[in-house]
Design a protein around this ligand. Sequence first.
Ligand code: SF4
Length: 191
Amino acid sequence: MIPKYIRYLKTIDKKLSGFFESQKPYIFCKEGCSFCCETGEYPYTLVEIQYLMLGFHQLAPEIQFEILEKINKLKEAKRTHKGKFMHECPFLTDKRCSVYNFRGLICRTHGLAFYDSKGKLRVPECIHQGLNYSNVYDTEKGVMSSELFKASGFETEPVSFNLSRKFLLNNEATQYLELDFGEEKALIDWL
Ligand code: SF4
């Protein structure tokens, strides 16, 4: 499945880079900003985790060791944790993704506004830190504000894309490639 996944990544990366480009006035992502990787559950399918591990095995032994230590601590913390286990991604090192080219689909969409399979608007958490979309988002109403957009003078409206897990794992490209992602679990449960 990995070769098919690599082909799929080419398609999805191209699509996502177009989305990021179109939303430029609202996106404040930059290298060294790791907000998206600091709190989450990070859903990963079997194919995604297999690919991520290919990246992990290419890292220098000392970085691998550092990551393994973080994984052990997280697993220990999860054992006694009740409810959703939100945590910093163990692959984040010095505020950078150590496996960037091998990261999962959820990580590739980090930073964009999207709607989920129920049609609910989902915005990046950093919106509340004055970052992505904060210049057009009405925090009280939980919507993109047309007033703020008009006042901004930007030409392109803020758009929320169809980036639900359901869509990312099953769309025209995955069907064409006959790409079966396999089981899905939280990242830490694979490790
Ligand atoms: S794999 Fe990389 S991009 Fe994804 S959450 Fe972890 S550090 Fe962030």
